[in-house]
Design a protein around this ligand. Structure first.
Ligand code: FES
Ligand SMILES: [Fe+2]
Length: 381
């Protein structure tokens, strides 16, 4: 089980089946963090596959996730990426919805059908759950409870990654459209980082000891110690890569929640990547950067500088990703299989022990994909 048929990448029909089986199926999907909507009336829109969602903080302080669709004729209620409203107004016939989703006014209702009851026409909520402010939704009928779905291995790393208590403060976003399907984007591995990304070599940056673990349902955690980079004169201001946090032993963390969410805590950056599977040829990723609510001004500025220079589509240590994702998309139009080698010890079992830079960490994700899609293994591989 170390080979993936190339035909699974970028296939239109397969993408439709993935929407049904995975994105609208029994999985949890990260759609945001409550720190993106800190005040009453704040909202954010997001898509789960093709399904538009509206995330709103109500007057009671609660964050709810609705289908972004008017209960009258289905018009999309909000189209801005984010903002603040006193109420939501559908522009088509001016139905008004409260921040908590209730229908509060609808012009001409005296002439509505005899069985019309205003209280039955609130915005429809999507099933959601939170983990330290991280907002997840599911449209599946048999999705396990969130804690069970994430798996125990995830909890400790994800808590630390989210600042220990999830009290985050949004710094900003970078948005990028990768021209590859969500699997090509998601098949990123630890093996490639020091090989592909010239930034690591230029900055003379070596990782410390760490581990990688598979969790339930295709989820994955990674942690590594931070070794301070030795200044080699490449940067005019080496404080860009300084670590001001308190625990270098857990200085680098990655949590990948199946199918598309990647969350990273690296140096002093807290980066949650919210991905939208747009098509078999496009994955839109919102890189959201956070600080902790308790940070002083100096740490805040440091986090902003680090986030905007190191990660994301034009970050020094990740800018090559977009080009590689596209080349994966093109290269995999050829016959044959994509091979996994680093860390493979068996052709029939998933590896129990992963080294931190093994590419076999991805195989748990692929195995989960195979099950969700109902595919059989071929030739035991
Ligand atoms: S569709 Fe929204 S008010 Fe008619
Ligand atoms: Fe990368």
């Amino acid at each position: 089980m170390n080979q993936i048929p190339k035909e699974v990448f970028g296939d239109k029909d397969l993408f439709e089946k993935e929407l049904e089986n995975i994105f609208y199926g029994d999985c949890w999907h990260v759609v945001g963090h409550v720190a993106e909507v800190p005040n009453v009336g704040d909202f954010k829109t997001f898509d789960l596959g093709r399904v538009p969602l509206l995330i709103s903080r109500g007057k009671d302080g609660q964050v709810r996730v609705f289908y972004n669709s008017c209960t009258h004729r289905g018009n999309q209620v909000e189209v801005s990426a984010s903002g603040n409203r006193k109420e939501f107004e559908c522009p088509y016939h001016r139905w008004l919805f409260s921040l908590e989703g209730a229908l509060t006014a609808c012009p001409g209702s005296k002439e509505f059908a005899p069985d019309f009851k205003q209280e039955n026409f609130g915005l429809l909520e999507v099933k959601s759950a939170q983990f330290l402010g991280l907002i997840l939704v599911t449209m599946g009928k048999n999705t396990p409870p969130l804690a069970e779905w994430m798996g125990e291995e995830v909890t400790s790393t994800l808590s630390a990654l989210l600042g220990g208590d999830g009290r985050l403060k949004l710094l900003g976003y970078q948005k990028v459209s990768y021209n590859v399907d969500w699997k090509g984007y998601n098949d990123n591995d630890g093996y490639h980082a020091p090989m592909l990304h010239a930034g690591f070599r230029m900055l003379n940056w070596q990782g410390g000891k760490g581990f990688q673990r598979m969790a339930a349902n295709g989820n994955l955690v990674f942690e590594a110690e931070l070794k301070p980079a030795q200044d080699n004169g490449f940067l005019k201001d080496p404080s860009l890569i300084a670590f001001k946090g308190s625990d270098p032993a857990r200085g680098s963390m990655i949590v990948q929640l199946y199918p598309t969410t990647v969350m990273v805590k690296h140096l002093d950056m807290i980066n949650l990547r919210f991905a939208i599977a747009r098509s078999e040829e496009e994955t839109e990723v919102h890189y959201a950067y956070f600080a902790h609510e308790d940070d002083d001004e100096e740490l805040l500025q440091h986090r902003i500088r680090q986030s905007s220079n190191l990660l994301g589509p034009c970050g020094m240590i990740s800018m090559e990703d977009a080009a590689i994702f596209r080349r994966i998309f093109i290269g995999n139009k050829t016959p044959g299989v994509a091979e996994f080698q680093k860390g493979v010890t068996s052709f029939t079992e998933l590896p129990a022990d992963l080294k931190q830079n093994d590419e076999t960490g991805n195989l748990g994700r692929w195995e989960h994909y195979r099950k969700l899609m109902g595919f059989k293994r071929e030739g035991g591989k």
